[in-house]
Every structure is written in C-alpha cells, then in structure tokens.
Design a protein around this ligand. Structure first.
Ligand SMILES: Nc1ncnc2c1ncn2[C@@H]1O[C@H](COP(=O)(O)OP(=O)(O)OP(=O)(O)O)[C@@H](O)[C@H]1O
Length: 302
C-alpha cells in the first residue's frame, strides 16, 4: 500500500539514551492511528523518522515501499504537524494561505476558510504574537486543509480550549470520512480522542507494548478491586499490568477478559471494564517486561 506507514526493527539512540528499541509496526493506508504513551516514551522520535526528519540507527522506516529520508516524492505527500513550528517575523495568516497550497497540492481553500472562521484565527495579527492555542489552531488549519495522504499530528491541541479541541475532532472525522488518508497522531488526551482512533499503539521506554484496535485493547483487560487479601488471592497466576493499594483496599488492571463464570466464582471481587485511558495509564506504570508480553494477545479467559 503506497500510503501505509511501517517501522521494522527500528532502533534510535541519542548520546547513550535509547529512544527506540526494536520498534516494529504498520499503520495501514487510510487509517487513523493513535500513538500513546508517557512523556519521553518515544512518540516524537517515531514521528520524526516517519517524516524523514531523522534516520534510524538500525532497522527501516517506510512510507509504502519508500524511505522518507531525503526522498522528495515521499515528502511531498507528507505533512508533519508538531508543536514547535516557527514562523518568520511579520508572518500573518494570509502568508500561510499563500504558501501552504504551493507545498500541498490537495490544499482545500473552502475547508481552510471554514477552519479559520470556526477557530477564530486572527487575520490581522503577526503569527509570532499568537497565543499558544491560536498557534495550535494554525497548525490544525494546515494539517487538515492540506489533505496530505500521510498526516502526522504530534499533540496538536496544546493550549486549545475545550470548544476548539472538539471542533478539531469534528473536522478531523468529517474530513477523513470524505477524504480518507493515513493519520498518525500522538496524544495524551486519550478519553477525548478515543472515538477517533481505529488503531492504537502504546509505546513505553522506546518499546511497543500494544498495537491493536481500541475494542480489542479494552476487551482484553479488566479492572478488579476489593479487599487487599481477597484481591491477592484472586491475582495469583494472573497477568497483572498495574496495581494500587490504599489502606486495606486494592485495585489492579489485569490482562484478561474475565468470563462470567469466573466472576461468579469471586463474589468479593468487583469487576469493571477499563477505559482506554485506564489501560494506557496502567501500561505506563507497569514493569515493561510484564507489559511487553501483552502485545497483540487476546487475554481471553475461560
Ligand atoms: N535530539 C535528542 N537528543 C537527545 N535525546 C533525545 C533527543 N530526542 C529525543 N530524545 C530522548 O529520547 C526519548 C524519547 O523522546 P521523545 O521526544 O520521542 O518522547 P515523547 O514520547 O514524544 O515524549 P512527550 O510525550 O513528552 O512529547 C527521551 O528520553 C528523550 O529525552
């Protein structure tokens, strides 16, 4: 597929810091994929490799069959939106609107006009003087109106108010359904964005812990709670992703879809379906060696 994204056995180290360790995944063409994980997990490093801004020390990063690094044809169909975009002094919205269509052949003027109106992006002010949220609105304007076949959003919502963030989600899903493209998006706003994501990759300390769809991820985990002694007994032999205790009460997230018969056998344990945010947070707290075993497994119990 020409607009798929794939990393194969990628390693990347910065002056002794291992940012990525044997990372492999594929995002199929025309998929919205969320890249989730704690600060410093490796998300931006992954995006920089996909965008051809950086090269792996080992392994390969590919868009379709092409290496994006220094490959003009691949870079022409790619838009990388990150939070540190700088604009020349005295640069205003009209300059963006003049320059962006030259870079992006699919640029949609009507979509751009709608976004400018709805996000209330100021026209008569230097972009260098924009607020944090207004800068994010300009980045979202470019990232959506460009309709690049490969679009990378690295936490595109910084500083946006709740209304603007939901506008972004609405625009994204509406425009994606009419003009599908491959979107890789890092985010910490998991609850808000969960419904947008078809594929989710959870990364921690440079390794991929989970690569699956939202329902499978949530369906293969269960939150269990109860008195610590009862929970201790229940957890014996189970794959515990994370666990907390306060006073005599404990809660754990386990990698298992606990069946009705097992629930019935443990009336003192409370069982709940976790949110995606719960699962991601649990993996972030977990011992990586435990969590690593969870990739692409169903965790089904009898
Ligand atoms: N240019 C660099 N020089 C040195 N270390 C780097 C560089 N880029 C990334 N790192 C390190 O690599 C690791 C991964 O960083 P990365 O920016 O990819 O994380 P992230 O998941 O995007 O984090 P956040 O959610 O905080 O944005 C971190 O330990 C970071 O300090």
């Amino acid at each position: 597929m020409t607009n798929s994204i794939s990393l194969n056995s990628v390693g990347r180290t910065f002056k002794g810091t291992v940012a990525l360790d044997n990372v492999s995944f594929t995002v199929p063409e025309n998929t919205i994929c969320g890249l989730l994980g704690r600060n410093g997990a490796g998300k931006t490093t992954i995006m920089s490799l996909v965008a051809g801004h950086d090269r792996p020390d080992s392994g390969t990063a590919r868009i379709g069959d092409s290496n994006p690094f220094n490959d003009q044809k691949t870079l022409e169909k790619l838009c990388f939106i990150r939070d540190n975009q700088r604009y020349p002094d005295n640069y205003r919205l009209k300059h963006v609107l003049r320059v962006a269509p030259e870079f992006f052949p699919n640029w949609d003027h009507q979509l751009a006009a709608d976004i400018i109106r709805d996000f209330r992006i100021p026209a008569k002010q230097d972009i260098a003087k924009f607020s944090r949220g207004q800068l994010s609105a300009v980045a979202i304007l470019i990232g959506l109106a460009c309709r690049a076949p490969i679009t990378l959003f690295d936490e595109p919502y910084l500083g946006l108010d709740a209304t603007a963030r939901h506008l972004f989600y609405d625009y994204l899903i509406r425009d994606f359904s009419e003009h599908p493209r491959t979107i890789l998006m890092s985010t910490h706003l998991i609850d808000e964005m969960e419904s947008l994501l078809e594929q989710v990759i959870i990364v921690d300390q440079g390794r991929i812990l989970v690569d699956s769809d939202v329902d499978t991820i949530k369906g293969s985990a269960t939150t269990v709670s109860g008195l610590t002694a009862d929970l201790d007994a229940f957890l014996v032999g189970r794959h515990v992703i994370s666990r907390r205790s306060i006073g005599g009460l404990s809660t754990a997230l386990i990698h298992e879809s606990v069946s009705a018969p097992i629930r019935a056998e443990h009336p003192l344990i409370h069982f709940e379906s976790p949110s995606l945010q719960d699962v991601v947070a649990a993996y972030g707290e977990a011992d990586t060696s435990l969590a690593f075993a969870a990739t692409n497994t169903s965790g089904e119990s009898r």
